[in-house]
Design a protein around this ligand. Structure first.
Ligand code: ATP
Length: 429
C-alpha cells in the first residue's frame, strides 16, 4: 500500500498519469448500490490489468437535496494511466449490467478525468445545490470523457466525488456484501457480536445504539450490502469485522470517505440561512420547547440578525428529552440541516453554551411590617398586605437545579446522518 500511495503522489506531481473515475445515481429504492457497482468495476479493471491507486472513495453529498434516494453517496476510483476509450467501454458495460434503469429516480452518470476537479466543486456539492449545467461546463473545460443517462443528474455526484480530497478530514468504511440469493431478504447480523466489536475497537463509530437496541451496521434497504463498519483506522476495521458474526460475506472492500466529518456544515448568522443548507448557528432560546403531533419538539432561537425554529424530530428519540429542558435565555449553538423554505433547522447536535437560572415561585411575598403573607391582586398585578396595605410586585422564588449541563449533545446513533461528526470523533485528543 505504501508503494502505491508513493506512486500516487509522484503521478499527482506530474499531473497527467492518473485517471479519475466518478460514478453516481446507479441505485434505486428497489435495489442496487453504487458501492457494489464500483466493486464490480474495480474487479473488471483489475482483470484487465489496470492498477487501482489507493482506496476507492465513498463521498456523501448534500444530505438535504430532495431528489436523493437514500444517503446521497457517490463513488470515485483512481487508476494508473490507461486508454480512456477502453475504460469508458468497461464502465458502460458495468453500468448496463447493474443499474435498474426503470426506476424514475435513477439517473446514472459517470466521468473519466485526467485531472482532479477543484476541491471547491466538492465543497459546493456537499453544502449547496449544484446545477447540471455548471458541472457539464466544468467537465468540458477539463476535457473529461463522461456520460449521463436519463436526466443525467448522476454527473453531479460523479464529478463531486472525484473532487473530494481527504486532506482536512477523512474516515473509512469497511463494507461487506451478501450472496446474491440473499438480496432482499432479512439480514442475519448478530447484535451481541456487534456490541462486542464496538466495545473492543474504540476507533470505530456509529455501530450500535444501546438505548434504542438498534444495530446500525446493517442497512434496511434491499441493497447488496450486508453491513458496514465505520472508523478512523483501517487496521482496526479489518480486525473489527472478524468479530462480527453474520450470514456468509460474499466479498468486502474498504472505502476512504467523508462520512462523520461534518463537511456539510457551514457557520451562518440566522438571517443568512437558506433552504437545503446545513448550518452551525448560535442563538438564545426565545420560545420555549413544545411538542407537536408526531412527537417532534420545536423551539425558537434568536441572534442579532433574526429568529429561526429548531426541531428535534421524533426519530431522534431521547435527544428530545434534552431539548425539552431548554428554557428562555439559554444560549445554544445548533448544528443541523434545512430541508425547505420553512427554514427550520433539523437538529443533528447542540452545544449548550449558557444555562439561564431556572427559578420557581415558592410562596407569596411576606409583608415586612406585619410578617404575614400578602395576597395576590390577580394575575400579573402584584401582591398586597391585607392588614396594612403594603404592596409588592414579586413573590418569593427559589432557584431550581437544571437537568442538563453545558456542553454538546447529539442525536442517538439510530438517527445519525452519514456526514455528522459523532462527538466521539470531535472529542478525539
Ligand atoms: P446512496 O443510496 O448511494 O447513498 P442516494 O441514492 O441517496 O445515494 P443518488 O441516487 O445518488 O442518492 O441521488 C442523488 C442525486 O443527486 C444524484 O443524481 C446526484 O448527482 C445529485 N446530487 C448530489 N449532490 C447534489 C447537489 N449538491 N446538488 C444537486 N444535485 C446533487
Amino acid at each position: 500500500m505504501i508503494i502505491i500511495l508513493k506512486k500516487h503522489f509522484i503521478y499527482n506531481i506530474i499531473g497527467c498519469e492518473i485517471i479519475w473515475i466518478g460514478i453516481d445515481d446507479t441505485d434505486s429504492v428497489t435495489g442496487g448500490c453504487t458501492t457494489y457497482l464500483a466493486c464490480a468495476l474495480i474487479k473488471k479493471l483489475k482483470y484487465e490489468n489496470y492498477r487501482v491507486i489507493g482506496y476507492p472513495r465513498l463521498v456523501r453529498l448534500n444530505p438535504n437535496i430532495p431528489w436523493k434516494t437514500r444517503g446521497n453517496g457517490a463513488v470515485s476510483i483512481r487508476i494508473e494511466d490507461g486508454n480512456p476509450k477502453k475504460i469508458n467501454r468497461l464502465t458502460e458495460k458495468v453500468i448496463d449490467k447493474y443499474v435498474i434503469f426503470e426506476d424514475k429516480q435513477t439517473n446514472p452518470g459517470f466521468v473519466l478525468l485526467q485531472e482532479q476537479p477543484s476541491f471547491n466543486i466538492y465543497k459546493k456539492s456537499v453544502k449547496e445545490i449544484v446545477t447540471l449545467k455548471e458541472i457539464e461546463e466544468l467537465l468540458d473545460s477539463l476535457g473529461a470523457t463522461y456520460k449521463g443517462y436519463k436526466n443525467r443528474r448522476g454527473l453531479i455526484g460523479a464529478t463531486a466525488s472525484t473532487a473530494w480530497s481527504p486532506k482536512y478530514d477523512k474516515t473509512y468504511e469497511l463494507i461487506t456484501y451478501r450472496e446474491g440469493n440473499k438480496w432482499g431478504t432479512k439480514r442475519q447480523v448478530d447484535h451481541k457480536s456487534v456490541k462486542k466489536m464496538n466495545e473492543t475497537y474504540r476507533s470505530t463509530f456509529d455501530n450500535y445504539d444501546y438505548e434504542n437496541n438498534h444495530n446500525r451496521l446493517a442497512p434496511n434497504s434491499p441493497c447488496p450490502i450486508l453491513y458496514g463498519i465505520r472508523g478512523n483506522n483501517v487496521n482496526d476495521l479489518i480486525q473489527a469485522s472478524s468479530v462480527v458474526k453474520s450470514e456468509k460475506v460474499e466479498s468486502w472492500i474498504i472505502f476512504e470517505t467523508n462520512q462523520g466529518t461534518d463537511d456539510h456544515l457551514q457557520r451562518e448568522n440566522i438571517c443568512e440561512i437558506r433552504p437545503f443548507q446545513s448550518v452551525i448557528t448560535e442563538g438564545v432560546v426565545c420560545k420555549t420547547p413544545y411538542t407537536i403531533k408526531g412527537g417532534h419538539v420545536i423551539f425558537k432561537i434568536k441572534d442579532s440578525t433574526g429568529q429561526t425554529d429548531c426541531v428535534a424530530y421524533e426519530p431522534t428519540k431521547q435527544f428530545r428529552d434534552i431539548i425539552r429542558e431548554l428554557i428562555l435565555g439559554d444560549k445554544v449553538e445548533v448544528y443541523g440541516g434545512i430541508r425547505d423554505k420553512s427554514l427550520t433547522i433539523n437538529l443533528e447536535k447542540i452545544n449548550i453554551k449558557h444555562l439561564e437560572k431556572k427559578v420557581e415561585k415558592i410562596e407569596n411575598p411576606v409583608c415586612p411590617k406585619c410578617g404575614k403573607h400578602m395576597k395576590s391582586k390577580g394575575t400579573g398585578q402584584g401582591y398586597k398586605c391585607k392588614k396594612c396595605g403594603t404592596k409588592s410586585e414579586k413573590p418569593l422564588f427559589k432557584e431550581r437545579e437544571r437537568d442538563i449541563n453545558i456542553g454538546f449533545y447529539e442525536v442517538p446513533v439510530c438517527a445519525r446522518r452519514h456526514l455528522s461528526k459523532p462527538l466521539k470523533r470531535m472529542m478525539k485528543p
